[in-house]
Write a protein that binds this ligand. Structure first.
Ligand code: 13P
Length: 364
């Protein structure tokens, strides 16, 4: 049995805990811009631009040079490898731009998914082999946290016990390696929106998955106070006819979290998973308003739900940069308010606010 082990060095515990707490400071959340080169390529295509290193850089420059007020609601950003080393037009490294704005840089460290052999179209996430070295390099570059995503599909026979156990093991090994190198691990078991299932099924699956993940994190001696969770909200599947209210989504989500996530975890930052920008804001607001026990900070770590309007307003044109930056700031403000349960439905309107961001088998 795993009853003999040492705790992390107290100094390292303190550092990890401080970083995790700063990321989920009240009214703040995470901007996820860790789309892979393939993922951002699809977005660039929608605005008529080629998927070149410079075009990817120009888009991310737009985000990182938005007005300083952005940091009132954005505490941290998740980067993709390439972005860590890129610079703005004036030669300032992106990492410096972020630090000047008091935004904590983090890094996606998983290497995407491959099929789980003999499963029903389920996957496992790769990237553990050289993870310690990569984490050490990113830490030297100034990153203070990492992210690793394990997607799970709800179908008649899935997620399977095999996929759930694999997710739990892989996330625990990842989290343990990150902490050994001084990075806060954001643990992301993502129960996908794809499917016809109702909210009851989504809640049960989320509970089972989270319970397995935290058992495994404990078995691997992960220091929970120096971690964050990035889960799905509990919602009906995208193709389910019965649509629940934000209040019902809030109760299902908080119930699942209460049953499976230890109170030692400082914060939970939801992914948006294909919800529209406004839906993701309203649901987060309802989650924070619901009168239930909530021992963790509940906030956002959105990719699509913070950027859909930015892409639409920018449309790949230099003259639209300012306009697009304002969209980002508006959406960040709306989500900052939602993280405090103070958002009023429709108070913020953005170019693509109500448009669904769902795409089947979405590729980050
Ligand atoms: P979405 O908010 O688009 O689901 O992205 C979250 C994510 O996991 C990227 O890190």
């Amino acid at each position: 049995m795993t009853t003999y082990f040492s705790y992390l060095d107290p100094k390292l515990q303190e550092e990890l805990k401080k970083t995790a707490e700063a990321i989920v400071a009240p009214g703040k959340g995470i901007l996820a811009v860790d789309e892979s080169n393939e993922g951002i390529g699809k977005l660039l295509a929608t605005v008529g631009l080629e998927n070149t290193e410079n075009n990817r850089r120009k888009y991310r420059q737009l985000l990182f040079t938005a007005d300083d007020v952005l940091s009132e609601n954005i505490s941290a950003v998740i980067l993709f490898d390439e972005t860590v080393y890129q610079k703005a037009d004036d030669g300032t490294p992106f990492m410096e731009l972020l630090k000047k704005r008091n935004i904590i840089p983090g890094i996606k460290v998983d290497r995407d998914v491959v099929p789980l052999y003999l499963s029903e179209d389920e996957v496992t996430t790769q990237g553990l082999d050289d993870l310690a070295q990569r984490c050490a390099t990113y830490k030297k570059q100034g990153c203070r946290f990492a992210k690793w995503r394990c997607p799970l599909k709800i179908r008649e026979h899935t997620p399977s016990a095999q996929a759930i156990q694999d997710t739990a093991q892989v996330l625990a090994r990842y989290a343990s390696i990150c902490q050994s190198q001084g990075l806060v691990p954001i643990v992301e078991p993502d129960v996908l929106l794809d499917g016809h299932h109702d909210i009851v099924r989504a809640q049960k699956v989320t509970e089972v998955v989270l319970a397995a993940v935290y058992k495994s994190l404990n078995d691997h001696h992960v220091f929970l106070e120096g971690t964050l969770l990035k889960p799905n909200m509990v919602t009906p599947g995208q193709a389910c006819a019965n649509r629940n209210t934000p209040e019902e989504i809030a109760v299902a989500t908080v119930t699942a979290l209460l049953r499976a996530v230890p109170a030692a975890v400082p914060g939970i930052a939801f992914l948006s998973g294909g919800q529209s920008e406004e839906e993701a804001t309203i649901n987060l607001n309802a989650i924070n308003k619901v009168q239930m026990k909530k021992p963790w900070t509940l906030t956002f770590s959105y990719g699509r739900a913070l950027q859909a309007s930015v892409w639409k307003s920018w449309a790949g044109k230099d003259e639209n940069v300012k306009k697009a930056q304002l969209e980002l700031i508006k959406r960040a403000k709306a989500n900052g308010l939602a993280a405090l349960g103070k958002y009023e439905k429709g108070a913020v309107t953005t170019a693509a606010g109500d448009a669904s961001n769902y795409s089947k088998n979405h590729k980050y």
